[in-house]
Structure formats: structure tokens, C-alpha cells
Design a binder for this molecule. Structure first.
Ligand code: GLY
Length: 383
């Protein structure tokens, strides 16, 4: 394990150097991706026209603050706290909009407000996080025992849609119960996780992205391919959300089935990770398609490292080695350590069928840095 640590520490040295100027340059932005010049955009830019969930309500808007809190925890440089707070205060305005918000309030407010509260004890941050947790809990469908995912998606009736990504959002509910002593949030999170175990995890350990339930009766209707190649395929980032998400649920509840499910998903993922460490958008995409997703790769690596924490020493290497292989592939071949681009991780894909592939996404940088910190042995408690 020492060689992994040393290697991770060396990468973190490069990341600290790069983020020192990237953070300064983007102090007043909430970035999602970079443009052709390598400059970050700004999802909080009020001079632009955004649709309901594209601007300030955009689901990845918590990750910039999350990166800042990771760096603050590491360096104790108050600059990172100031920048994180700046984005957190802007995000609070989303509550007034309301309509653009959906289950991703977890991704938005866990790495910002919850991280702030945990690291600094700021009461405003706690209040913000509690608001978000209540919004998430309010999306629970008692008949189907799932948390509704998005709001409108084109012409689809999404009232009964649940998606695998939400396993990450429910950490906000675990936090809210731990913080308030009120078990309702945790109960909702566990009912949702139980439904995911029953309906999303296939016998071979691969997972569906979207499962549709009848919103009135709660009965399962069908699955959808979602951001993956198609129905029955295996969207890689979704496998990562499942693996890491069940490890998180186990960490918060100690429920053995969650640990077993995380291991089952890991047992499916690990043999599918190519020797090169470069991850496709979907483990079941056609062989001649070369689209990759560095972001999904980082989520899987983080999930493997999180899960390894709960295994006996003898079982850890089997998960740590593939996580290392992925992170090394990113660091050596998909990372921009120069001053030419604000983002570090390149080669991300939001969805298999999207028009655009192989670009930068701020949450890839978040999960890359978080995984490096984990590999270096830092005590990261974000989710
Ligand atoms: N949560 C949506 C995604 O992973 O793209």
C-alpha cells in the first residue's frame, strides 16, 4: 500500500499546484466544463439565459465547492473556504426557484453545505443542508418506496422514474438524521436503497440506470437505458454510482446487505476494467465504438477505495489495484497538468447517445482528487 500512497501524494502535489491558480482564476464562477480555450464556463452567470435546470440549478454545481473543501481540508488555506462559501451562498438562491431542483440536491448541497458544516460548524450551512434534505425527502414515493429522480424529461412521464445515481444523493438524508436525531430521513434513504437492491441490481452484478415504477401502485413497469448504450446495457458511471453508493449506505447504516451488494457490483466491474485502465462509456457498448468516460472511471475508482475500507486487509488489494490502475491511466494519459486548461481530467462523456464526447466535467476533477486523497490515506468524509 505504501507505493500507492507515495504515487498518490506525487499526483496531489501536481494537483495542488494547478488548483492554486485555477481556483484564483475562477473565484467567482461555478464551473461545469471548459470551452475551446480551456477556460471554465460559469453556471451562475446571471447575464445569460438558462433553462430551469441548466443555470444555477444545474445538478453538478456542488462539485466546484466540493473541490474547494477538499483543498481546504488538505491545505488549510482560507482562500479555498472563501471560494467554497461564495458558491454555497449563490446556490442557496435555488430554493427560491424550486422548479429546477430535483433529486440531485444531494450532489449540490452535500459537497457544499454539509462539507462546510462538518469542517467549520457554520450554522448557515447546516440550515441550507437541512432545507435540501427536506426537499429530497419530499420526493419519496411511498407506494413504490423510491425517491423520484428528475422532473420533466422531454415528453416522458417521469413521475415514476428512479435512477441509480440517486444512491449518492441519499447520503444527504443519512446526514440529516445523524444531525437532527430524527430517523425519518434515514428511513426514507434505506427504503430507497432497498428498492434499488431489489429492482436495479441484476444477477450478474451489473445495474440498470433508470427503473420506471407506476407512480400510483408503485409496481415496477420497466427499465430504460438512460445515459448508457441501451436497455439492458451497463453504463459505466452508473455502475460506479451503485458500487460507491452502496458502500456509503453501508457506512451510514451498517446494514450487511448493502455491503454485500457493493461487493457484488464490484465483482462485476473489476473484471471489466481494461488492462489500460481506460473506461468506456458503457461496459456493453459495441466493440468498435471507442467512446470513453474518465469521469465514470474516477467514480468507480473512488467506489473501489471506499469499499476496500470495509474489507479485511487480505481483500483490500483486489480492489485497490484496479482503482490504482484507473487513476494512473487518468494521471498519465487523460490529465492536463499544464496552464492550458482549467480542468485536470479530460475525456469525459455525459451520456452514450449525447452529441458530444470527450470533454471536461467538473465532477470528474472532484472524483479524481477525492480518490487521490483516499489513496494517499487522507480521512475524507464527504458522503
Ligand atoms: N448523475 C448524472 C450523471 O452521472 O451524469
Amino acid at each position: 500500500m505504501e507505493r500507492y500512497k507515495e504515487w498518490a501524494e506525487a499526483q496531489l502535489g501536481k494537483a495542488r499546484a494547478k488548483m492554486a491558480w485555477v481556483s484564483e482564476k475562477n473565484r467567482h464562477r461555478i464551473p461545469y466544463t471548459t470551452d475551446g480555450n480551456g477556460d471554465y464556463d460559469d453556471r451562475a452567470d446571471e447575464s445569460r439565459e438558462w433553462s430551469l435546470d441548466d443555470g444555477l440549478n444545474w445538478w453538478t454545481n456542488g462539485f466546484w465547492g466540493g473541490i474547494m473543501w477538499l483543498l481546504y481540508q488538505d491545505t488549510k488555506d482560507p482562500k479555498y473556504m472563501e471560494i467554497a462559501r461564495f458558491s454555497e451562498r449563490k446556490l442557496e438562491k435555488c430554493f427560491q426557484d424550486f422548479y429546477g431542483l430535483h433529486h440531485d440536491v444531494g450532489f449540490m448541497f452535500q459537497p457544499t453545505a454539509v462539507a462546510d458544516w462538518r469542517l467549520t460548524g457554520d450554522r448557515d450551512a447546516r440550515r441550507t443542508a437541512m432545507h435540501a434534505a427536506n426537499l429530497l425527502a419530499g420526493r419519496f414515493n411511498p407506494a413504490g418506496r423510491f425517491i423520484r429522480a428528475w422532473n420533466e424529461v422531454g415528453d416522458s412521464d417521469t413521475r415514476g422514474w428512479a435512477i441509480i445515481d440517486c444512491l449518492f444523493n441519499i447520503s444527504l438524508l443519512y446526514w440529516a438524521s445523524e444531525e437532527s436525531g430524527d430517523p425519518r430521513f434515514r428511513q426514507i434513504a434505506m427504503l430507497h436503497a432497498d428498492t434499488v437492491m431489489e429492482h436495479f441490481i441484476r444477477p450478474d452484478g451489473s445495474v440498470f440506470h433508470i427503473v420506471e415504477f407506476d407512480p400510483e401502485s408503485g409496481k415496477m413497469v420497466r427499465s430504460h437505458g438512460g445515459q448508457g448504450f441501451g436497455e439492458g446495457s451497463s453504463w459505466t458511471r452508473g455502475q460506479g454510482w451503485a458500487l460507491y453508493g452502496f458502500a456509503n449506505s453501508y457506512a451510514h447504516t451498517g446494514k450487511q446487505e448493502y455491503l454485500d451488494t457493493a461487493r457484488k457490483v464490484a465483482a462485476y466491474c473489476v473484471p471489466h476494467i481494461p488492462e489500460s485502465g481506460i473506461i468506456p462509456v458503457d461496459f456493453r457498448q459495441p466493440e468498435d465504438v471507442k467512446w470513453e468516460d474518465s469521469c465514470g472511471a474516477c467514480v468507480i475508482a473512488g467506489g473501489l477505495l471506499e469499499l476496500a475500507k470495509f474489507l479485511p486487509e487480505a481483500g483490500r488489494e483486489a480492489l485497490t489495484e484496479p482503482a490504482f490502475r484507473i487513476l494512473k491511466a487518468i494521471a498519465d494519459t487523460r490529465a492536463d497538468w499544464t496552464g492550458d486548461c482549467d480542468a485536470i481530467v479530460q475525456g469525459c462523456s455525459a451520456a452514450y447517445h449525447a452529441d458530444r464526447h470527450h470533454f471536461t466535467m467538473v465532477y470528474a476533477d472532484y472524483y479524481f482528487l477525492e480518490a487521490l486523497y483516499k489513496l494517499a490515506g487522507a480521512d475524507i468524509h464527504m458522503w
